[in-house]
Design a protein around this ligand. Structure first.
Ligand SMILES: Cc1cc2nc3c(=O)[nH]c(=O)nc-3n(C[C@H](O)[C@H](O)[C@H](O)COP(=O)(O)O)c2cc1C
Length: 366
């Protein structure tokens, strides 16, 4: 039995045989066909019909239009932080230019590929009191009708209202259940649960605990972030109760990412043991590559801590020098073996996701 999702281009055959394993057609007489459509009808339209239920998460400095467009064309939601679009003083806002470019390119793709349209994109707003650009960026995003808004470091009603005013939805990222409740009470539509092991600013809670606690009271859109770099991990996130996965580090080692070649290679060569959790670099605890800390002349095993008051987004970034030479990455990078096109990452995750789903479906078939 065939199931076509709303993007239209992908269809999956789930065929369970009496030997318990999934096979592709041709089918034998003894086979039963078990359809496994992904019922995403409970989700907002912007999150429906993806090739795999995945958001390629916003990455400071690294996510640029070329990467976002490649992610969306490959069938997952691409995203970037608004603060990545930084023009020189007096120039036209680069965010405006980027949004025009992304919308036009995705429109062109959709017209040329009506059976295989691109996924929508998201813009990340850092809602920290030191982000002096926030109001301007909200206006630009509302004008471009950005479909998905991801908010970090503060839940504010006026940001949610700006998103809703243009038909967008807001996903707010949180590291615990208290922040999750606060975000929804302020009007966010959904949550990104950032668990232990995530790249960049990360929580400390196990994904099992965090998703369970949030699902105890919230049945809206829930995404899980933290070391999701394989289709198996994505399927596990779904099994836990998340609607979509949220993956960042796997997309750093791609051709389209705005990162130094040495950074990309360090991701491809690294594993979970190469990740260090520290608050030193931005004032908020996060995960970084051990090798980049050593290259900056510091001892990754003896880092002093910093407090949250040292965060400053006033000039468009939080300690940009630190983020440029100290490289963020999550614990899932062991799955990344080489640098290549972003579409290749999506293909790999999609293949793994479907294979893992078939394997488990076979296990649970009577
Ligand atoms: C280098 C780097 C930069 C990041 N920058 C941002 C950012 O600007 N805004 C944000 O909301 N999250 C940011 N994140 C967090 C990611 O969006 C996401 O939560 C994380 O990458 C998921 O974990 P993973 O890397 O293990 O997949 C960043 C992560 C990394 C690794």
């Amino acid at each position: 039995m065939r199931f076509s999702n709303k993007r239209g281009g992908t269809a999956a055959d789930y065929t369970i045989t009496t030997d318990g394993w999934a096979h592709s057609p041709p089918h034998s007489q003894t086979e039963r066909h078990i359809p496994m459509p992904r019922d995403d009808s409970h989700l907002p339209t912007a999150l429906q019909g993806l090739r795999v239920p995945l958001v390629a998460s916003p990455l400071f400095i690294i996510s640029v239009p070329e990467l976002v467009i490649a992610q969306c064309k490959a069938g997952v939601i691409g995203s970037f932080p608004a603060l990545n679009a930084r023009e020189a003083e007096g120039e036209h806002p680069l965010l405006d230019t980027w949004l025009t470019q992304i919308n036009e390119e995705l429109d062109r793709h959709n017209q040329a590929n009506p059976d295989n349209p691109a996924a929508p994109f998201a813009v990340n707003q850092i809602v920290h009191r030191s982000n002096a650009r926030l109001e301007r960026d909200l206006e630009i995003c509302a004008r471009h009708k950005v479909p998905i808004w991801i908010t970090s470091l503060g839940a504010r009603e006026e940001v949610n209202e700006a998103a809703h005013s243009c038909g967008g939805i807001v996903l707010h990222d949180v590291i615990n259940n208290t922040f999750a409740k606060k975000a929804i009470s302020k009007g966010a539509d959904g949550l990104v649960a950032v668990a232990a092991g995530a790249g960049g600013h990360a929580g400390m809670q196990s994904p099992f605990a965090l998703v369970r606690e949030i699902r105890g009271w919230f049945d809206g859109p829930l995404l899980l972030s933290g070391a999701i770099a394989t289709g198996e991990a994505l399927l596990a996130a779904r099994a836990m109760g998340a609607d979509l996965g949220y993956a960042g580090s796997a997309f750093i080692a791609t051709d389209e990412a705005n990162a130094q070649p040495e950074y990309k290679q360090m991701i491809a060569d690294g594993s979970a043991e190469d990740i260090v959790y520290s608050s030193l670099f931005t004032g908020v605890s996060g995960n970084y590559l051990r090798g980049s800390i050593q290259a900056a002349g510091m001892d990754p095993d003896n880092l002093p801590s910093a407090d949250a008051s040292s965060m400053n987004f006033g000039d468009g970034s939080s300690k940009p020098k630190a983020w440029k030479s100290i490289w963020g990455a999550g614990q899932g990078i062991g799955a990344v073996k080489s640098v290549g096109p972003a579409a290749g990452v999506v293909d790999r995750i999609a293949d793994e996701y479907h294979a893992a789903g078939k394997r488990l479906a076979a296990e649970f078939a009577e």
